[in-house]
Design a protein around this ligand. Sequence first.
Ligand code: YSA
Length: 349
Amino acid sequence: MDPLEPVVTPSQTPAEPLRVAAESSSALEELATLDREPDVEAWRVRWLGRRSQLALALRGLGRLPASERAAAGRALNQAKKELTEGCRNRLAELREQATRRLGALDVSLPGRPLPRGGLHPITLTERAVVAAFAAMGFHVIEGPEVELDYYNFEALRIPADHPARDAMDTFWLAPPEGADARRSRPLLLRTHTSPNQIRFMEANDPPIRLIAPGRTYRNEATDATHEWMITQTEVLAVDRGLTLAHLKGTLYEFARRLFGEDREIRFRCDYFPFVEPGVEVSVSSPGGWIEILGAGMVHPEILARMGYDPEAYTGFAAGLGVERIAMLRHGIRDIRRFYENDLRFLRQF
Ligand code: YSA
């Protein structure tokens, strides 16, 4: 039952019809004072609903003496007509008022500013790295984060017992569900972006000039300059006549674009099984030198395995640490700040 309808017990006698019809004028006066649609609906139920005095009187017409019936019927139907029209008109008025109010509302007026998100400092730095190499003619590729042992180590001249594996503590992955563990090839989270070099060279001929940005993972303890999840960017160029001078020139130009003219850059020898010779590059900071990348001339044995003639083609490659580059650009002394999700820190970029 509608909770707004007045309760009328079956024993109640029909209201005296003329009195009911007469009351309709006070009902209309009340209606004119209502200025909310729900109040008008409550009014309609009270005066015109199935259990209203008017409805009861109309239903009781048949019990009136025949001489009174016609006049009572006319009065009640007239009252019903007036109340129904009054109700419809009042609702129309209220809706028109509401529309007029909306029309006066300028939704384009500036209000309280909405909080806006921003890009993560590592995303911003990665974009700056990509832009610097893109300006030098390198194009962007990407590869899988879940990688085969073959691409991450073997094809880069790092066999199972090679000490270079110790420098890259690895997150090994269980074989896919349903796979025969003895037959499936070892899977891991890539420890660097260098597998992209092999995947690309397998499928393409020189000349090559690419960069491959992405996440890498190392199962190692964190400290102020080491994270377990690292963003790297791989650089690879293969062509006729490339030398270490081209590698140095490219990396100096990159450093100039990212750090400006005045920053000191240091090249030192380093060892990676997949290059000969190998170098590392560090950048000066108030707290001392920070190593940002490993690099070198692509090992001729790898070029040969990819089907390139190592007498005709040479290549240079590098793997850059984006978090360390961000630290140097913004004077951040602890790499762990980037992934603590402290908004007070992140809002500054
Ligand atoms: C070397 C020669 C090439 O021809 C191509 C690439 C490379 C780089 C090699 N793949 C590599 O990963 N070398 S690396 O272990 O020295 O890492 C490269 C850079 O990643 C480092 O210089 C550093 O900037 C960053 N990095 C490595 N481990 C890190 C890290 N940054 C923060 N936390 C770590 N745990």
